[in-house]
Design a binder for this molecule. Structure first.
Ligand SMILES: C[S@@+](CC[C@H](N)C(=O)[O-])C[C@H]1O[C@@H](n2cnc3c(N)ncnc32)[C@H](O)[C@@H]1O
Length: 214
């Protein structure tokens, strides 16, 4: 008997140190289906097939879940900057109902899509926000991004939003040596974590940072 999408997702998640409940597995798959269904309307992703969504979006975003649990034990608010169709924010919201996740994008219809996902999947801890990060106000304990901007631009653009004691979580491809050498003053990278995503033949890493103590 061939593996179902839920089997594949669950096995990949287990490799990443994440245990999926049935509900979480179904919500993740439903999110992938919504992304493909509405892609033409919202222009969400270059990935066009369920297998690609599984590896490039669901499993790749799930790769941030165990590191987040380890690096930041608190509860609170997470801002996913340049979230597009909600990556990795929606996946984190599904896996961490104890965290309030805001997916921010400068394009209104992408934020509207995340609002639609929150309603259809009944995720009260998820919302889509439409704004440019530089002009947003607020305070967040975790600020994440994936495929958003260079590290200096990410940190400079969101530093006013990081709560005291908060952390940045930047999902990148290859370890961005040049960007790490050009960090803004006052930003301290404390961990560069290389990742292996099941089914994805690409280098991936997370750069963790916080504000330097004054
Ligand atoms: C390459 S996409 C990445 C989307 C998603 N994070 C992912 O991994 O699939 C970058 C997103 O950043 C958004 N963006 C660009 N500049 C922005 C800004 N200043 N503030 C908020 N969003 C921005 C774009 O509209 C786009 O949706």
């Amino acid at each position: 008997m061939s593996a179902t999408p839920l089997d594949t997702l669950r096995a990949g998640a287990a490799t990443l140190g994440v245990a999926l409940s049935d509900t979480q597995g179904e919500q993740l798959l439903a999110y992938g289906t919504l992304m493909l269904k509405w892609n033409k309307v919202y222009n969400l992703t270059a990935v066009r097939d369920p297998a690609g969504v599984m590896t490039h979006h669901l499993l790749d975003s799930l790769a941030a879940v165990a590191p987040l649990q380890r690096e930041w034990a608190g509860k609170g608010r997470l801002l996913d900057v340049g979230s597009g169709g909600g990556l990795p924010g929606v996946v984190i919201a599904i896996m961490r109902p104890d965290i309030e996740v805001s997916c921010l994008d400068a394009v209104a219809k992408k934020a509207a899509f995340v609002q639609q996902v929150a309603a259809e999947l009944e995720l009260p801890n998820l919302r889509g926000l439409h704004a440019r990060v530089e002009s947003l106000a607020g305070s967040y304990e975790v600020i994440s991004s994936r495929a958003f901007a260079s590290l200096p631009d990410f940190f400079n653009g969101s530093v006013h939003l990081l709560a005291p004691g908060g952390v940045w979580l930047a999902m990148k491809g290859k370890v961005p040596t040049d960007e790490l050498a050009a960090l803004p003053a006052g930003v301290a990278v404390f961990h560069v974590e290389q990742l292996t995503v099941p089914g994805l033949d690409a280098e991936r890493c997370i750069v963790w940072a916080r504000k330097e103590a004054a």
